[in-house]
Design a protein. Structure first.
Length: 256
């Protein structure tokens, strides 16, 4: 299923009207929207991470923090040691592409023997468990949201119960807990998305989620890449959900 991008002339007021209408249909169906928050590419303790941590605590939102295992620093673990809202997750191994030139970047593909890929993932999981000294997420977050089906279907061998990529998918052998709304426009200069685009996207994904019986919707952040607009629209999302009765933010691992 795909999400249509908003008409450039669409006003924020029109988007809000669409959202209100969609939420009314959820209530009529006896359903309550569930959101989860994922943030990718964590490596170290940084001012951006501290800002994200403060935001999630202010709005009481659980966070799936996707950490790149190989370069991850102990300072990151110390920074979130007592943060019950934050659950570290394995984000590939080195976040390095092994694709041939001309193909889309991918670390978790079949350009290498699958056993090597799974071995790195298992090693990354062990490193994070040791570094954070607590249970980490059972969800694997593939770099660039890309993972070959052959790798995906065997992630259980590396200790994972689910995968979180991007977009809506049909049923797969492994539980998919995907993100759907990215606050950064990567092809538009790595800039934060405007509120009209983001909330229209949320409305469209709410419609799809309702048609799927109330599936959860994932919001995707990249704290190290946020400009002022990305931070602003992230907080707008959090503020909007807090003011909507019935919307719940859930820890991603509760969705497995």
């Amino acid at each position: 299923m795909s999400v249509h991008h908003p008409d450039p002339e669409l006003s924020l007021e029109a988007v809000q009207e669409k959202l209100e209408g969609e939420l009314a249909q959820w209530r009529e169906a006896g359903l309550s929207p569930r959101f989860f928050l994922r943030d990718d590419d964590a490596i170290d303790n940084t001012p951006a991470l501290a800002r994200l941590d403060a935001l999630t605590r202010e709005y009481d939102i659980p966070l799936l923090l996707a950490v790149i295992p190989e370069p991850a620093k102990p300072a990151l673990a110390r920074a979130v040691a007592n943060r019950q809202l934050i659950t570290p997750a394995v984000h590939g191994y080195r976040h390095v592409s092994h694709s041939p030139k001309g193909e889309k970047v991918c670390e978790l593909g079949t350009h290498r023997p699958i056993e090597i890929v799974l071995g790195e993932l298992a090693e990354g999981r062990r490193k994070l468990e040791t570094m954070f000294d607590r249970e980490i997420s059972a969800i694997l977050v593939p770099p660039w949201n890309r993972i070959h089906d052959g790798v995906r279907d065997r992630v259980g061998e590396a200790g994972f119960a689910a995968v979180s990529a991007h977009g809506w998918t049909d049923a797969t052998p492994v539980r998919m807990i995907n993100a759907h709304v990215d606050v950064i426009h990567w092809k538009g200069g790595h800039k934060g998305r405007q509120a009209c685009w983001v909330f229209h996207n949320i409305a469209c994904n709410l419609e799809i989620a309702r048609a799927r019986g109330g599936d959860p919707i994932g919001i995707l952040l990249h704290h190290l890449d946020h400009d002022d607009q990305a931070w602003a629209v992230s907080e707008q999302i959090f503020g909007w959900t807090r003011n909507q009765p019935g919307i719940e933010w859930v820890a991603a691992d509760r969705l497995i």
